[in-house]
Design a protein around this ligand. Structure first.
Ligand code: ADP
Ligand code: MG
Length: 262
């Protein structure tokens, strides 16, 4: 059974895209078949994998907004430079989807409809959400089995989380009863600061064992890799960032009771 995980937090800059690319790539390198869905109109997952958005003829938008041409997933999916890792790319056209979806019948389920025939072809499908709780995020949560919440270890870390959890509750009640929190991921942890430690402790107090044991450190290689169109695992395999995302991948597999093959 394929598992769909929405990587969501309506705050920008908390590490959603970095986690999508790098968790996806690590699992792919371990031999699992992975699909990333870039559901943020900014398209950083797409460009971070070295795909030039400006030349793309079709993207996620064409799947979410029904048209007469009726594109299928196969018309849109791209292979990436990492074997076993596939991508549903996005372009700036997706920015229109948030508004255009409002009048579409079954607007909350367009992504679910799009992915339903391929879910079992992949081990994991990760949906990189935009920094909002609009219809693109609702679509991701409506089709996901679970949600992964990256939280940046900084002063306002917990701000807005109540809103995110209320959205989770509403989606669970109304649209997708199976939705659960898969895990909370602490990102951009700075070992040198007390603040990072305090925030991590506070989040562990609130979310208990939902918090992944793996903590992603602040690491410059993680922020450089996208400009080379690569995940950190190929850009600098021996960086602390690569190490951390490999550990996260192992923890994800362990949480799902899957065998480690690395
Ligand atoms: P989001 O998708 O939540 O907006 P990103 O993953 O794009 O967040 O991260 C925001 C910025 O922080 C990006 O420039 C990214 O390269 C950088 N970044 C993310 N995680 C780390 C990290 N662990 N260490 C250093 N820089 C990071
Ligand atoms: Mg992002």
């Amino acid at each position: 059974m394929g598992k769909v995980i929405a990587i969501a937090n309506q705050k920008g800059g908390v590490g959603k895209t970095t986690t999508s690319i790098n968790l996806g790539s690590c699992l792919a390198q371990m031999g699992l078949k992975i699909l990333l869905v870039d559901s943020d109109p900014q398209g950083n997952t797409t460009s971070g994998l070295g795909i030039d958005r400006s030349v793309l003829k079709r993207c996620l938008y064409d799947l979410l907004i029904p048209t007469e041409s009726g594109y299928s997933l196969n018309d849109v999916i791209q292979a990436s430079s990492v074997s076993n890792l596939w991508l549903v790319p996005t372009t700036i056209r997706l920015a229109g989807a948030e508004v255009e979806l409002v009048t579409v019948i079954g607007r909350e389920y367009r992504l679910k409809e799009t992915l339903k025939d391929v879910i079992n072809e992949y081990d994991y499908i990760f949906v990189d959400c935009p920094p909002s709780l609009g219809l693109l995020t609702i679509n991701a949560l409506s089709c996901a089995n679970a949600m992964l919440i990256p939280i940046q270890c900084e002063y306002y870390a917990l701000e807005g989380l109540g809103q995110l959890l209320n959205t989770l509750k509403a989606v669970k009640n109304l649209l997708n009863s199976q939705l659960e929190i898969f895990g909370v991921l602490l990102t951009m942890y700075d070992v040198r600061t007390n603040l990072s430690q305090q925030v991590a402790q506070e989040i562990q107090r609130v979310f208990g064992d939902k918090v992944f044991k793996t903590i992603i450190p602040r690491n410059v290689r993680l922020s450089e890799a996208p400009s080379f169109g690569q995940p950190v695992i190929t850009y600098d395999r021996y960086s602390t960032g690569a190490e951390a995302y490999l550990n996260l991948a192992k923890e994800v597999l362990a949480r799902d009771g899957k065998k480690k093959s690395w």
